[in-house]
Design a protein around this ligand. Structure first.
Ligand code: AMP
Length: 265
């Protein structure tokens, strides 16, 4: 049985909406990990116990180099502890804000890793639904680690809960009245990959605006692509930010796209 006494707790790594994350070491093996501490009463008050439970179930079963591992979990009377893989270089979001934007080769490498992880997820019928720089960590070798499966679901799904994060990464099929039952599938993650690629290369999301305008612009894929982007990068983004999910690039096409091939082989 896992318990807190088995770990030596180190420095705080960060603080999220629910709980804190610490560097930790398992005493007997010396194994270094990140320990995430969630307070049960806070989860209850925000009515996210089910969401956390699902996050644990889904993430425990995933094994991919670009997906943050969840090794195990345990709880005491007041808290839930998640034993996570330690992502040595922290948040991608911070790297992006510091760099303002990434070079095309760097962005293409990150996007290729994202595509590989998404392919793995979709093969397991898991849709992440919340792909954005804040939910991506970087490992010690500079590799992508997708984290935060709090919004992920087994495909296909309908949107039932109220969404309270940023609108910037939501696809047309989730913001639009054209799709009244809000049905969607794994292709929502491909739209988000397009938004992510844009943000990597431009330094801001393509539909950043007031909330009402963001929705309107998303439903029309109304964006401007700066002229400093290469022809290949432009075609890549335009291939993903397509309103009709049927016509959007799929993951196979992403991996074979000239922009990815140019930088990743
Ligand atoms: P979260 O509650 O998951 O949003 O985590 C809060 C913050 O802690 C993140 O934004 C990261 O800066 C840090 N963090 C979370 N998990 C890890 C991890 N596995 N490795 C390194 N840092 C982490």
């Amino acid at each position: 049985m896992l318990h807190l006494g088995m770990f030596e707790i180190g420095k705080p790594l960060g603080k999220g909406k629910f709980g804190r994350v610490y560097l930790a070491r398992e005493r007997s093996s010396g194994f270094v990990c990140a320990l995430k501490v969630l307070h049960k009463n806070e989860l209850q008050q925000s009515r996210v116990e089910k969401q956390v439970q699902r996050e644990i179930e889904i993430q425990s079963n995933l094994r991919h180099p670009n997906i943050l591992r969840l090794y195990g979990h345990f709880h005491d009377r007041k808290r839930i502890f998640l034993i996570l893989e330690f992502a040595g270089r922290g948040e991608l979001y911070k790297h992006l804000r510091k760099a303002n934007r990434f070079s095309e080769p760097k962005a293409a490498h990150y996007v290729a890793q994202m595509a590989s992880a998404l392919r793995y997820l979709h093969r397991k019928h898991v849709i992440h639904r919340d792909i954005k720089p804040e939910n991506i960590l970087i490992g010690i070798h500079g590799e992508i680690k997708i984290s935060d499966f709090g919004w992920s679901v087994h495909a296909p799904g309908n949107r039932r809960k109220t969404y309270c994060g940023t609108l910037d990464y939501l696809p047309p099929e989730m913001v639009s009245a054209v799709n009244p039952d809000n049905s969607y599938d794994g292709r929502v993650d491909l739209w988000a990959l397009g938004v992510l690629t844009y943000e990597f290369l431009v330094g801001e999301a393509p539909f950043e605006d007031t909330p009402a305008m963001t929705c309107r612009r998303i439903s029309r894929a109304d964006m401007e692509i700066p002229s400093f982007l290469s022809v290949e990068a432009t075609s890549f983004i335009k291939g993903l930010l397509v309103v009709n999910p049927e016509i959007r690039l799929n993951l196979e096409q992403v991996q074979q796209h000239p922009w990815i091939l140019k930088h990743c082989r």
